[in-house]
Design a protein around this ligand. Structure first.
Ligand code: ATR
Length: 290
């Protein structure tokens, strides 16, 4: 990669940013698609987000990704916001427009694209969503936005599931999100579901844990998608597979949130072949860091 007077700069603001895989995704994409651009992580303290975004605009920065803890705080620094990101109330991608940046949530468009790449549909599906924290809440919005028939939102704390269901149903004028207590899964309709694992349970180093351990539950799942990608095979995924279902981790979601951002910044389309090459690099990187 050579940097010259015409190199466009993109980056990531968050804290911490030291272990991000995004530079690998974006700098490889630039090399493979022949764009003269570079991607760098910027550690930004809470309280400095507005200054960082203003400074980036002054410096002609083409686009930014935003990660924890700034995904909501950055909303006040935008001049425009995409419809889905606005509903969710969190953005992870800023695209330079006249006078500032427009915010998008490519975490969720990326998850949708990752699912489609595995031929997993959201539209008209009945889905089990485990969790009601920040990540699961965004997934609930995504499922309703892309036309899921029903989403059973299962959470340990029922009040949180109810609050998220109310919020999503109201915002998207639907009744598709149905809150449930986690231990009430026996009351689910007798059929098979796509299940999205959106809790933090099972995340490295607690790799042996799953939010539900009863094997009976896993017989209800034809496809399990875990948002976690470290470990590469979570306990949730193992239990889905042992019960005869297909299971995926969240690494493709990470890949496609990056690809969606890259496409927005560079007004380009990344081919499936390039996407697969980057996916292989990510998998290798995960193995190295195991
Ligand atoms: P994130 O931003 O990653 O979603 P979060 O907002 O802290 O993180 O949410 C964590 C989610 O994991 C919640 O749904 C939480 O359930 P509660 O709302 O009942 O707290 C769920 N979770 C975490 N530890 C859990 C456990 N041991 N058993 C069941 N659910 C758990």
């Amino acid at each position: 990669m050579s940097v010259d007077g015409k190199t466009k700069v993109c980056g990531l603001i968050g804290n911490p940013v030291a272990h991000t895989l995004s530079p690998l995704i974006h700098n490889t994409l630039a090399k493979k698609t022949g764009h003269n651009s570079i991607y760098v992580p910027f550690q930004v303290e809470s309280g400095e987000v507005q200054n960082a975004v203003r400074g980036a605009y002054a410096l002609q920065v083409l686009g930014l990704n935003v990660t924890v803890p700034h995904k909501s705080a950055v909303l006040g620094s935008l001049v425009e916001i995409d419809e889905l990101a606005d509903k969710i109330g969190a953005v992870n991608t800023l695209v330079r427009v006249n006078g500032g940046y427009k915010g998008y949530n490519t975490d969720m468009t990326g998850l949708h694209r990752a699912l489609l790449s595995e031929k997993i549909r959201i539209k008209d599906e009945e889905i089990l969503l485990l969790g009601a924290g920040g990540a699961a809440r965004a997934v609930a919005f995504m499922c309703a936005y892309y036309g899921a028939k029903r989403v059973y939102l299962l959470n340990r704390t029922i009040e949180k599931a109810e609050a998220v269901a109310r919020e999503v149903n109201e915002a998207l004028q639907t009744e598709c999100i149905v809150p449930m207590k986690l231990e009430d899964y026996q009351k689910l309709p007798q059929k098979q579901f796509l299940a999205i694992q959106g809790t933090s349970v099972g995340l490295y180093p607690n790799s042996q844990e799953a939010v539900i351990s009863d094997t009976e539950f896993y017989k209800r799942i034809h496809t399990g998608y875990d948002l976690i990608y470290k470990p590469a095979k979570t306990q949730f995924m193992k239990l889905v597979e042992e019960a005869g279902g297909k299971a995926y981790n969240g690494l493709k979601m990470l890949l496609y949130q990056g690809i969606d951002a890259y496409e927005l910044w560079n007004q380009t389309k990344v081919t499936d072949e390039t996407a697969n090459e980057i996916y292989e690099l990510l998998q290798e990187e995960m193995k190295i860091n195991e």
